[in-house]
Each structure stands twice: as structure tokens, then as C-alpha cells.
Unconditional design. Structure first.
Length: 132
């Protein structure tokens, strides 16, 4: 697999990240249509801001993303945008989320650059999360 690079006006980059985050208290609330809706919302946010969403899997109690983000934008800003907008919209569309937990997402998340592992290995890991 050859390395593909992106560029903006002054940076050529290949910055792929594995990101995982959970609902508050690790509650299993990403079910009953919330899982499919969050997938479409994440795709929408990524498209609006120019992030490349390579792979995504939504489990009942956490979300996995494999995403490429411009280093000048920053992965921290990307995750903040995705978590913030999905929380706001999901809590509007699914009122039972507001009654179950005070906020949808925890403040924390896991992020790892995908430099040491092959991209195909990370994609396979994320795809296989449903079977674990």
C-alpha cells in the first residue's frame, strides 16, 4: 500500500488518527437508532470541515473513528467539533438521552496516531469491534 499525502496551502501531510470516546458513565445508550444517526452525523461533520473519515464503528458504549485531519487544524479541535455537534443534535432528537445522563459524552477521549501500525490493520480492528 503506497502512502497517500494531502496538502493545504503550505503543508503536505498524512496524519491519521485512531480516536475512541465513550458516553458519560460508560452507559450503553448508543442503541435503538442512536448508533445509525451518530454515523450520519459524524460523516456530515467530517465533510463540512474537510476531515477524511476512513473508518467508523459505533458500539453501545463507545465510538471508534479512523480519521485524517489537517495538522494545522488539530485533532483536538476535530474531536471537540465532532463530539459537541453530535451531542447537541442527538440529545434534541432522542429526548430520553437527556433524562438518562447529564451530558452525552465524557470530557475525555483516546487518540493515537496511526504511524506504527499499518492502515489496513487499524481498519480491520475497527471493523471487527462488533464481533468482540
Amino acid at each position: 500500500m503506497s502512502m497517500k499525502y494531502k496538502s493545504n496551502c503550505n503543508v503536505v501531510y498524512s496524519c491519521k488518527y485512531h480516536v475512541v470516546w465513550c458516553p458519560k458513565y460508560r452507559r450503553k445508550v448508543l442503541v435503538d437508532g442512536v448508533d445509525t444517526r451518530i454515523k450520519s452525523l459524524v460523516q456530515l461533520v467530517c465533510a463540512e470541515h474537510g476531515f477524511e473519515l476512513i473508518e467508523m464503528e459505533v458500539m453501545p458504549d463507545h465510538v471508534h473513528l479512523l480519521i485524517e485531519v489537517d495538522p494545522q487544524f488539530g485533532i483536538h479541535r476535530a474531536v471537540k467539533l465532532i463530539k459537541g455537534s453530535t451531542s447537541r443534535i442527538l440529545r434534541e432528537e432522542f429526548p430520553w438521552l437527556r433524562s438518562r445522563i447529564p451530558s452525552l459524552w465524557t470530557n475525555s477521549y483516546f487518540v493515537s496516531s496511526v504511524g506504527g501500525a499499518s492502515l489496513s490493520a487499524i481498519k480491520k480492528y475497527i471493523e471487527n469491534q462488533k464481533t468482540v
